[in-house]
Write a new protein. Structure first.
Length: 72
């Protein structure tokens, strides 16, 4: 829980300056979200609970079909 609060504070601190410098709010939010998720992935790994809490999908939760995508 403390990790989630700390992450929220970092996003809130960065978002003000980041959004003011960008022209398009949606693009700025998308870029900020992507940067945040990349940072969480680097720090905690792609198969971590923190990555999932930040909005990513854990590697162990991705179901891959052994026949190249065909389900039959």
């Amino acid at each position: 829980m403390a990790c989630k609060r700390k992450l929220f504070r970092v996003i809130a601190d960065c978002s003000g300056t980041f959004c003011r410098s960008a022209g398009n709010d949606f693009k700025a939010l998308r870029d900020l979200s992507s940067l945040m998720l990349s940072g969480v992935k680097v720090k905690y790994g792609r198969d971590s609970n923190e990555y999932e809490m930040a909005g990513g999908t854990r590697l162990s939760d991705i179901n891959r079909h052994p026949h190249g995508g065909r389900k039959w």
